[in-house]
Design a protein around this ligand. Structure first.
Ligand SMILES: Cc1cc2nc3c(=O)[nH]c(=O)nc-3n(C[C@H](O)[C@H](O)[C@H](O)COP(=O)(O)O)c2cc1C
Length: 301
């Protein structure tokens, strides 16, 4: 997730038990142009492997060259973003806009497939809008072009992130192709993940917002609840330490505020606590505010 699933978050997710990880979306053209910000997005640590690097773009040659570079730098898989609904992205024909042009998508698949030897996967939406739900068609084309797996976030671009994620579209894609299908959308717990697998037959589940402020969603569900709850403060501390160690100072403060605000959800007075977090001047102050809110809530810090 852009602005969220950077190295500190990915490491914490992995330490909690997450399987394969994916980078934030990486603009293929900006990568080739050497943009410092984009190069930073494309960096990962050995402990994060296996990790897929996700590309955003619409030009077959640019995407192929960017994929080649990412593979050379150690990506374990290349994922193509065909789901981003953001207006300025789709205006460039990227992200979810790729769903509107199946023929063009086939050319992209072919170009990237030829460029890399690591697994090549795509992440699609249900379609552009409710009149053009074509996830199964795109998945079939992708399979024919040698794509190794398909992740489906079944909302259409018009739905953005609102309304229920229609899991039945994931099931349609599962029926349409033989390659593994990874289901995504509205999974907030292990029980949801199980329910999605049962309802759709998907091979794996990708979790997005359900992991925000709750990376323990990836942990072993057989662990007793008290033990799990007791580990939470140390997971949060570890996340904060990683943010401060791995992210440049100015940006680290923003990241700490954002993630600690997510960790605050469910605490009493969370709204007030969030206001205080966002008003804090430095990382020490943010951490102090959070932990005093945490102990006020009676949680064992
Ligand atoms: C802040 C934010 C950033 C996101 N960035 C990306 C991204 O870079 N690439 C991507 O494939 N999906 C991105 N997504 C979509 C999520 O991966 C996921 O498909 C969507 O949130 C639905 O799944 P969920 O209900 O588990 O969150 C983003 C979502 C959010 C909320």
């Amino acid at each position: 997730m852009a602005g969220v699933t950077n190295a500190p978050f990915r490491l914490v997710a992995r330490e909690c038990g997450a399987g394969p990880l994916t980078s934030e979306e990486i603009d293929a053209r900006a990568l080739l142009q050497g943009s410092a910000r984009t190069l930073a997005l494309a960096r990962s640590l050995p402990e994060e492997r296996p990790i897929a690097m996700q590309l955003l773009g619409a030009d077959p040659d640019v995407l192929a060259e960017a994929a080649r570079r990412l593979e050379a730098e150690g990506a374990d898989a290349i994922d193509l973003n065909m789901g981003c609904p953001v207006a300025k992205i789709v205006a460039k024909g990227q992200g979810a806009a790729l769903m509107r042009d199946p023929l063009g998508a086939a050319l992209l698949f072919r170009a990237v497939r030829k460029a890399v030897t690591v697994p090549f996967t795509i992440k699609i939406r249900g379609g552009w809008d409710d009149r053009t739900v074509n996830a199964a068609e795109i998945a079939r084309i992708a399979e024919a072009e040698g794509v190794d797996a398909v992740t489906v976030h079944p909302r259409t671009r018009s739905q953005q992130f609102t309304g229920r994620a229609p899991w039945e579209i994931i099931a349609e894609v599962v029926d349409a192709v033989r390659v593994p299908v990874i289901g995504n959308g509205d999974v907030r717990s292990r029980a949801d993940a199980r329910a999605m697998r049962e309802a759709t037959g998907c091979a794996a589940v990708m979790i997005g917002r359900g992991a925000l402020g709750a990376p323990w969603i990836f942990s072993d569900s057989t662990e007793p609840r008290v033990t799990r709850d007791r580990r939470r403060p140390s997971i949060i501390r570890r996340h904060c330490d990683l943010i401060e160690a791995l992210i440049p100072a100015g940006h680290a403060l923003v990241q700490l505020k954002k993630h600690l605000a997510w960790y605050s959800s469910g605490l009493p007075f969370a709204a007030r606590l969030r206001q205080d977090l966002f008003a804090a001047a430095d990382t020490t102050q943010v951490r102090e505010i959070f932990w005093s809110g945490w102990s006020d809530a009676g949680a064992s810090a």
